[in-house]
Design a binder for this molecule. Structure first.
Ligand SMILES: NC(=O)c1ccc[n+]([C@@H]2O[C@H](COP(=O)([O-])OP(=O)(O)OC[C@H]3O[C@@H](n4cnc5c(N)ncnc54)[C@H](O)[C@@H]3O)[C@@H](O)[C@H]2O)c1
Ligand SMILES: [Zn+2]
Length: 377
């Protein structure tokens, strides 16, 4: 990381005219007041953060804002996916109404992807929309959830079913925050970085494979490079297709199988672990139907194994295939998959669509072949 940090400009998010800056720097949390004052001027800043981070990162951000003369409030909520609900949204917006906060308020989402989605949705809806700033503290949120303007909550019918596109004014990423993150969460985030390399950039994929040890050891320059490159790749795709009408779909590589695995496990498998298994299965599907270069699944498995993201509980294939048929991307109950051409490139189908319809028996063969290579799925 250079002393000044890395600045990426993300353009045309959500069709809005203004782009926003992603500021990545070890120690960037200390830059928060200065950055925020310029990018998102407001009378009051509301920091929404999970309770478990309130005493540490939350208190630090609050003190820094107060010290710089800003009005600021800390609004903790019970973290975790189970809190990404209408009820938490209602409690937070009620609290903001009690505090008599008006349209001159800016929301700061300080936490992982759950916080970003929830606080972003609060910002999108409170008084018909407030500016907000993302301060992601998990690797997944840094490289994935905080980029792209999707906000929302879960409902009993499924994840992320109620939400809005609402782009942040600024994203501030401090890789040092990853030092307190449980290792399992770090590895889960690394799966999405591997995905970015697999779908878009073979050199980046190789770099991740070569630097797996440094990344797991939280080497600061390696992490800063990973975050910057992943944000750049995701931002590029999102800017081109903000509302996921076309190529943005390729970010769903591995996710048809991953969502089925997550649902099947009652959401006990961490997302990144499900994505890792999903990428292996979907690479094998592509190899079986002759679209993906032979050996791609093996190369993926090598990297994912280095991050201890392979293996896992065995599941019944029929149940898994059934779960895929109720996926959001499944049209007319046929599961659809993003397929690689090779590492670093995706393959459109004959009609130019980025998702392919695949017969269930091919999916079954792919599941069996991945399970044979590594026990579990
Ligand atoms: N909007 C999008 O485009 C998008 C993309 C991908 C994922 N998501 C969403 O992101 C969510 C998952 O996000 P996640 O994996 O970050 O989970 P998370 O937000 O639940 O965070 C994981 C856990 O780590 C804790 N934590 C966060 N930062 C920490 C730190 N620095 N030190 C110690 N503990 C810390 C959290 O409090 C939580 O308990 C899902 O709800 C998913 O739908 C959204
Ligand atoms: Zn994902």
């Amino acid at each position: 990381v250079t002393p000044r940090g890395l600045r990426l400009r993300v353009d045309a998010m959500t069709g809005a005219t203004r782009g926003y800056e992603v500021h990545i720097r070890a120690g960037a949390l200390d830059d928060l007041p200065g950055r925020i004052g310029a990018a998102a001027p407001a009378s009051v800043y509301v920091i929404i953060t999970p309770r478990e981070l309130a005493a540490t990162y939350g208190a630090r951000a609050l003190a820094a804002l107060h010290a710089s003369g800003f009005g600021a409030e800390l609004l903790p909520f019970d973290g975790g996916e189970a809190s990404k609900t209408r009820e938490t949204w209602a409690a937070l917006t009620d609290r903001m109404l009690e505090l008599r906060l008006g349209r001159d308020t800016c929301v700061i989402a300080l936490g992982g992807g759950v916080t970003g989605d929830l606080a972003g949705f609060v910002a999108a809806t409170y008084m018909r929309g407030l500016p907000f700033v993302q301060v992601p503290t998990t690797l997944l949120a840094m490289i994935d959830a905080s980029v792209g303007g999707k906000t929302g909550i879960d409902t009993p019918a499924g994840k992320n079913l109620v939400g809005a596109f609402h782009a942040p004014r600024l994203v501030v990423v401090d890789p040092l925050a990853l030092r307190t993150l449980p290792p399992r969460e770090l590895r889960s985030g690394l799966a999405e970085a591997v995905k970015h390399g697999a779908i878009l950039d073979a050199d980046y994929f190789d770099w991740i494979a070569d630097n797996a040890g440094a990344l797991l050891d939280l080497d600061a320059p390696a992490l800063a490079h990973l975050i910057a490159r992943s944000v750049e790749l995701k931002a590029g795709i999102v800017s081109e297709d903000p509302h996921e009408l076309g190529r943005r779909t390729i970010l769903n590589f591995g996710h048809t199988v991953a969502h089925a695995l997550e649902r099947h496990s009652g959401f006990t498998i961490p997302h990144g672990f499900a994505v890792a298994q999903g990428m292996l299965v979907e690479a094998r599907i592509g190899e079986i139907v002759g679209i993906t270069a032979a050996g791609t699944a093996t190369s993926l498995a090598r990297v994912l194994h280095a991050f201890q993201l392979t293996g896992g509980a065995a599941v019944a294939y029929d149940d898994l295939i059934a779960a895929m048929q109720i996926d959001k991307k499944a049209r007319r109950a046929e599961p659809r998959f993003v397929l690689l051409r090779r590492l670093g490139a995706c393959a459109p189908d004959a009609h130019g669509s980025w998702v392919h319809q695949v017969a269930p028996d091919v999916t079954r063969r792919a599941l069996e072949s991945v399970a044979e290579a590594a026990p579990g799925v």
